[in-house]
Design a protein around this ligand. Structure first.
Ligand SMILES: Nc1ncnc2c1ncn2[C@@H]1O[C@H](COP(=O)(O)OP(=O)(O)O)[C@@H](O)[C@H]1O
Ligand SMILES: [Mg+2]
Length: 352
């Protein structure tokens, strides 16, 4: 993250200024110190960004921590690429964000420039040994963006959770103590079906499900949504929102269009309008350990994540009325070999 450089144009844009307003602030306004330190400046760092945001008083309003989980039991659908880019962008916008890497492969850590294998502690310590989460959190080098790293010690966590009391609630409980320190917690889940992911679901307000536009992804949703439904029945946890995000979309493939239409038909209340198009920059950015916004903010991938973020924020800020799929007398849609539509909170419930 320390290697990230913004051009003056992008720096102004991220701060919500025009290039002229930035120059103005640097010559006569509140950013004169920034300019004085580097009169010949051609680029800006992430620390410059944080300082400028502070000096300009352009921090977004603080909000109660919103826990957002990226999960799909299927691998390779973009959970890590999308969640880390999304989290980075929130931090770039001035929010306080904690990424929790739940996958023992540590890819989210890597995407944020942290070598998970070198981490002294992981979520394992927090939820199995009850080490305060604060002591597990590391800085990413991007101001406002912190991380609970992961490595192979996480691979036995499901087994270790098994005999513990309140085994489905350990993550939710361990997050309580850091609730006031962050606006968002972004959880990147492994593609597995087990106690850790159950913990993650129990902790989450919102569930993001990145899917590929193919029919395997479509069928994979059934198991996931059955699990979500059982959470309400067995553990009394109802999610605020579910967002299905079509990832790596290529509109020139007929199968992709058809799969998206099927999602639209069966999950209209969950499917996000914006898709994330296929974009090779995700892989390039992750190999450098920086998020796509820092690698190429103009890329299709970065633009699409921004569109998704905006759409989600509009939905969260102003909850739409969601159709009740269970607990009502309405028949469930009996299509495609059984589509499961879990219940999410209604607008009235969310407002409470
Ligand atoms: N929109 C996209 N376009 C092209 N490649 C993508 C896109 N999103 C993710 N990828 C690539 O797909 C692979 C799997 O993505 P990843 O985020 O690791 O998925 P998951 O975390 O669900 O396993 C990675 O190589 C990643 O670079
Ligand atoms: Mg992953």
């Amino acid at each position: 993250m320390e290697s990230i450089r913004y051009s003056a144009r992008r720096f102004a844009e991220v701060l919500g200024l025009s290039p002229q307003e930035l120059t103005e602030a640097e010559t006569r306004g509140v950013l004169t110190r920034l300019r004085a330190e580097a009169p010949q400046r051609t680029s800006y760092t992430v620390d410059d960004l944080a300082r400028a945001r502070g000096a300009l008083g352009r921090q977004p309003a603080r909000r109660p921590m919103r826990k957002q989980l990226f999960l799909n039991f299927k691998g390779g659908t973009g959970k890590t690429s999308v969640s880390t880019s999304y989290a980075f962008r929130l931090a770039e916008m001035g929010h306080r964000v904690l990424v929790i890497d739940l996958d023992s492969q540590g890819h989210a850590s890597k995407c944020l420039g942290v070598a998970g294998e070198e981490a002294e502690r992981t979520l394992f310590d927090a939820i199995i040994k009850k080490t305060p989460l604060e002591q597990v959190i590391v800085r990413t080098g991007m101001p406002g963006l912190d991380l609970v790293p992961s490595n192979l010690t996480m691979s036995t966590i499901d087994l270790s959770l098994m005999p513990l009391a309140a085994r489905e609630f350990r993550l939710r409980n361990s997050m309580k103590e850091i609730e006031s320190a962050y606006d968002y917690a972004v959880l990147d889940a492994p593609p597995s079906f087990g106690l850790l992911n159950l913990n993650a679901l129990m902790a989450a307000h919102d569930l993001f499900v990145p899917v590929l536009a193919d029919f395997l992804s479509f069928h994979g949703l059934k198991l996931l949504f059955e699990t979500v439904q059982s959470l309400e029945e067995d553990l009394e946890h109802v999610l605020d929102h579910i967002f299905i995000v079509v990832n790596a979309y290529n509109a020139t493939f007929r199968i992709a269009k058809e799969a998206r239409e099927a999602l639209q038909k069966h999950y209209p209340e969950f499917l996000l309008k914006h898709v994330i198009r296929q974009c090779t920059k995700f892989a390039q950015a992750s190999s450098e350990g920086i998020p796509i916004f820092a690698y190429d903010a103009e890329s299709k991938g970065a633009q699409d994540i921004q569109a998704v973020l905006d759409e989600v924020r509009a939905r969260i800020g102003d909850p739409v009325k969601l159709k009740l799929a269970s607990g009502s007398d309405e028949p469930k849609p009996a299509v495609g070999g059984g589509v499961v539509v879990p219940r999410v909170k209604t607008a009235a419930e969310t407002a409470r």
